[in-house]
Design a protein. Sequence first.
Length: 132
Amino acid sequence: MIYGITGNVKKEEIWQPIAEFTHWLRASTMPFVLDKPVAEGLAHRNLITSDIAEFHSRPNLPHESEVILSFGGDGTLLSTAHHVGARETPILGVNMGRLGFLADTEVQQLKDTILQLEKGKYRIESRMVLEA
């Protein structure tokens, strides 16, 4: 499975967990791609090297991922869903703090959640799209 990683780049609290998670994915030899602003933010903060950031950076995450991890909260998840659009790439919301109704995985549970995904132990919930 190829994991796409995005998040609310305006929230300072996303950077360290994303960096730790990408290091874990690399050590576990699990493929991943980073939304370009996330890759740039990690490299700018020296949390990953610029060559790793460039290698994993993708401008069109939904087309190159099998599941997208959206670091932030419910608003970030909704923004990610808007970006995914008709592509319908599954999104896993990673809650970064406050109460989340849509972002249902806490950052502390993320590695265990990914291991379950790798074993095929997951279900995809279809959500209704609203247009106004």
